[in-house]
Design a binder for this molecule. Sequence first.
Ligand SMILES: *[C@@H]1O[C@H](CO)[C@@H](O)[C@H](O)[C@H]1NC(C)=O
Ligand SMILES: *[C@@H]1O[C@H](CO)[C@@H](O)[C@H](O)[C@H]1NC(C)=O
Ligand SMILES: *[C@@H]1O[C@H](CO)[C@@H](O)[C@H](O)[C@H]1NC(C)=O
Ligand SMILES: *[C@@H]1O[C@H](CO)[C@@H](O)[C@H](O)[C@H]1NC(C)=O
Ligand SMILES: *[C@@H]1O[C@H](CO)[C@@H](O)[C@H](O)[C@H]1NC(C)=O
Ligand SMILES: *[C@@H]1O[C@H](CO)[C@@H](O)[C@H](O)[C@H]1NC(C)=O
Length: 265
Amino acid sequence: MDGFHVLTFLTFLFPALLVHSVTASPLKASLGAISIVREVSGPINLENLFVRQSGDILVTSVSSPSIYQIYPDNTTSPVALAEVPNVTGLLGIAELEKDVFYVVASNLTTSVNSNEVWKLDLRAQALENGTAHDAAQLSLVARFPSALQLNGMTPLANNDTSHVLISDSGAGTISLLNVDTGAYGVVMADTTMSPLSTGFGIGVNGIRMNGNRLFFTSLDQGIFAQVPVSLQTGAATGPVETILNGTLQRGRLRAVSGWAESLDR
Ligand SMILES: *[C@@H]1O[C@H](CO)[C@@H](O)[C@H](O)[C@H]1NC(C)=O
Ligand SMILES: *[C@@H]1O[C@H](CO)[C@@H](O)[C@H](O)[C@H]1NC(C)=O
Ligand SMILES: *[C@@H]1O[C@H](CO)[C@@H](O)[C@H](O)[C@H]1NC(C)=O
Ligand SMILES: *[C@@H]1O[C@H](CO)[C@@H](O)[C@H](O)[C@H]1NC(C)=O
Ligand SMILES: *[C@@H]1O[C@H](CO)[C@@H](O)[C@H](O)[C@H]1NC(C)=O
Ligand SMILES: *[C@@H]1O[C@H](CO)[C@@H](O)[C@H](O)[C@H]1NC(C)=O
């Protein structure tokens, strides 16, 4: 099989979308009975998703430089909207204004000089019958030479069209990026975010802001936690609070879903 089920997304190495996937409202109805929406042929591994206001879903893959659009009604085949040059995969994706997206692009080497953020502007694009009429506008926002493995991305605040937080799973840190200027810097590092030498080398992973709280998963440590954040600087304004620590069991998974659903916009 050269495709991969759209709803079997919790990928082994980079499950960055824990928080995103369970909060996406059009998918909520399928939480009880998960079904395959569509297989995307080509990439062997889907990573992250964003549900557009139209209900269509943008997905990224750690094994493809293309951003795909999927149609939940399954009337149209998935479309590759744009391809980021010279990288092997894409990870976190966030929308800061309607139809303007930012995406983490990486060679997945978990080493320096491997990470970038690109802007995908779909405002001018019209799709008809699964065919793009105007090219998606893709542009480089910033290279992150010192980052190890950029992964999850979330807008800093609902009223802010300029800033995203990005997790660095290799370094165990969170950076703030100004998408207008390309300026960025590490704003958070906590022991709960660190990768473990005994693990996959993946620390803080999926991230999501709700109000002034950042919710995150930390893969190697098996942690789901929250931390209060300044909406001006992106820095922590208090200690990290662990919500779950350890393997998710059935009841606890429901608890995570509940937490995550309460994050819904
Ligand atoms: C979606 O459409 C494809 C292609 O027509 C079909 O093979 C697949 O079974 C459909 N999936 C669902 C869930 O209906
Ligand atoms: C991609 O890599 C090729 C070969 O190294 C180079 O010529 C080209 O400028 C690069 N493109 C971008 C957008 O960096
Ligand atoms: C990814 O690797 C290719 C091939 O080695 C290189 O041309 C490109 O600059 C790398 N991209 C990043 C973001 O490091
Ligand atoms: C899209 O499909 C409709 C219905 O089949 C057809 O009338 C129309 O010409 C198609 N448009 C394009 C651009 O192919
Ligand atoms: C968004 O609203 C918060 C809370 O009112 C405020 O602290 C922050 O400065 C605002 N951000 C922007 C970019 O307006
Ligand atoms: C999570 O649990 C492990 C094992 O009980 C413990 O060693 C670790 O300190 C805990 N981490 C946090 C952040 O509570």
